[in-house]
Each structure stands twice: as C-alpha cells, then as structure tokens.
Design a protein around this ligand. Structure first.
Ligand SMILES: [Zn+2]
Length: 301
C-alpha cells in the first residue's frame, strides 16, 4: 500500500552524533518509506552542519539548516562563521554571495538553490544547561543572526529559559526590522508580517506565542505536547493560529507518547500531528496539510 506522504518534520537531527553511516542510511530509508514528505536536518555545530548539508544533497526530501547551537557557542570561530556562510551562501544566492548584496536577494525566489540549505540554525540561547558562558552564547547568537540577515535566510531558534534575552537580541540585531519583514511576503492566511524566525520546540505560553507571532515569528510544536502534565504546550497548541504553526520531532530527542522511552525518529512527527488535531477537534490531514504548506513557505522550498 502506498503511503500518503503528507508530513513536514521541520526540525530533526539525522546528523546526530552516535549514528554510524550505515545507521544513518537506514534511518533515511525509513523516513523515505514513511508518511514524512520533507524534513529539515538541523545543524548544531560545524560537523553536524556539514552532514546536514550532505544529507540535503543526497535526498530530495531532505533540507538542511546550518548553525552552531548555544551549547557549542565557544566553537564558533571566524573560520567557522565563514564556512557557515559558504554552506548557506552556496544555496542562498544565485550569484554566489559576497555579503554586499541588498537584503532580499534570496527572498521570494522559492527554493534557494540546488544544495538544499534553507536556513541558519539552530542558534539561540540556553540558560537551562548553560554549557557555554552566557556572554559567549550571546555573541555567537548575534553573529549568526547577522549572517542570516546578510544572506536573507530563515532562522531556527533554540531558546531554553532565555526567552527575554532571545527576543531582545533578535530585536537589537534587526531580525524583526521593517527591512527584514519586507524581504518576505506577509502570511497569506492572516496578513501578519513574516520575519522568517522559527521558535523551535516552543515551550512558552499561548499568550507569549501570540506576541511572538505579531513580531513575525513562526511557532513549532514538538513531542512534549503529547506529555501528561504539559498543560502549557497543550494550551499553546490549541490557541496558536494554524497559519503560523509548524510541527517537528527534534529527533532523536523528545520522543512523543506513546513511544516515549525509545529513540525518536522523523516518522514519529505523526504523533505530534495527531495530538494537535485531537486537541483542536479537526482531522489529522488538516493539520498535516497546513503545517506542511506553512513549512514549505517558511523555508522557501
Ligand atoms: Zn534540535
């Protein structure tokens, strides 16, 4: 029976450490045989960004985000930043970027290029684990926001216990500026300006989500929405306008119920999708279709 491929996993780590190449190939084959139509394989340091970019070249349904996670902020050197620029620039501009182009060079042109690197991420702040000093996290975050603005790429944000500083720094760096929002079409369903900033694995309140959406953010819901006692994420998943929502696994982490306790994989995004559909009292396909179309638009695919 042919599987209907309707899901978009907006944040996964096929590039995660700990897979052998054989295991990674088997994982890609399982995704290919599942209901998942597209994924974004998200970098968290330079080696994982390179693997993500390679996966995106290798499989048509796989796209890549490249960036250095706050945990690894200390590893972001000048050379590393230049390499990220090369990875995203190779796809971000038809003319090969030298950083002097106007903002908007890659905007609205649909898929940004043959390489399939579609975003900068995951970048941000993590004050929960504090694995890098906060000033180092902030500096790495700022430099990568500037890169995303320069090449006009969508941004995938990791924020844990740092929402105030995350939004403040995004604002200070111009991620919600008129110029940034003018570089992308407004949301076609709601007319809200779009700054192409994705808050991945959103854990805030519904009220915060609505404030962030007004700024131009998109919200991605992950496996924790299926966890017992997670009322906050449930409420957010009920309240967020569907036009501004994506879904994800963050695999191999955050396995949704009923599979919690096993390693997570992109096909499990189906459980996230079904949970949101149940919460909102709509068919599963409606959530799958809407979040897939939103993700295609968000990443310019
Ligand atoms: Zn992640």
């Amino acid at each position: 029976m042919a599987m209907k491929k309707i899901l978009f996993d907006s944040h996964t780590h096929i590039n995660a450490e700990g897979y052998t190449e054989e295991e990674r190939t088997a994982l890609k084959d399982r995704i290919e045989a599942s209901a998942v139509a597209y994924v974004v394989d998200v970098g968290f340091d330079l080696p994982s960004s390179r693997i993500a970019a390679r996966n995106a070249l290798e499989r048509a349904w796989c796209f890549a985000a490249v960036g250095v996670h706050p945990h690894d902020a200390q590893t972001l050197t000048d050379e590393g930043l230049a390499e990220l620029r090369g990875l995203v620039g190779a796809s971000g501009k038809a003319d090969g970027t030298d950083g002097t182009d106007d903002i908007g060079g890659a905007a609205g042109t649909g898929r940004t290029g043959a390489s399939g690197v579609v975003a900068i991420g995951e970048i941000g702040l993590d004050y929960y684990r504090d694995l890098s000093p906060r000033d180092v996290q902030q500096e790495a975050f700022r430099r990568q926001i500037r890169l995303a603005l320069e090449v006009c790429a969508p941004i995938t944000i990791h924020d844990r216990d740092s929402a105030g500083d995350t939004i403040r720094i995004l604002k200070e760096e111009g991620a919600f500026s008129e110029a940034r929002r003018a570089a992308f079409p407004a949301n076609p369903m709601t007319g809200v300006p779009d700054a192409r900033v994705l808050l991945h694995c959103f854990s805030g309140s519904a009220e915060q989500a609505l404030d962030y959406i007004k700024l131009g953010c998109t919200i991605s819901i992950a496996g924790p929405v299926t966890y017992k006692n997670n009322k906050k994420t449930v409420l957010a998943a009920e309240e967020i306008p569907l036009a501004h929502m994506l879904i994800e696994t963050d695999a191999p982490y955050l396995t949704p119920e009923p599979l919690r306790g096993t390693p997570n994989e992109s096909p499990n995004v189906e459980y996230v999708c079904r949970k949101i559909a149940d919460l909102r009292g709509v068919p599963y396909e409606e959530i799958a279709d809407a979040t897939r179309e939103n993700a295609l638009r968000f990443f310019g695919i």
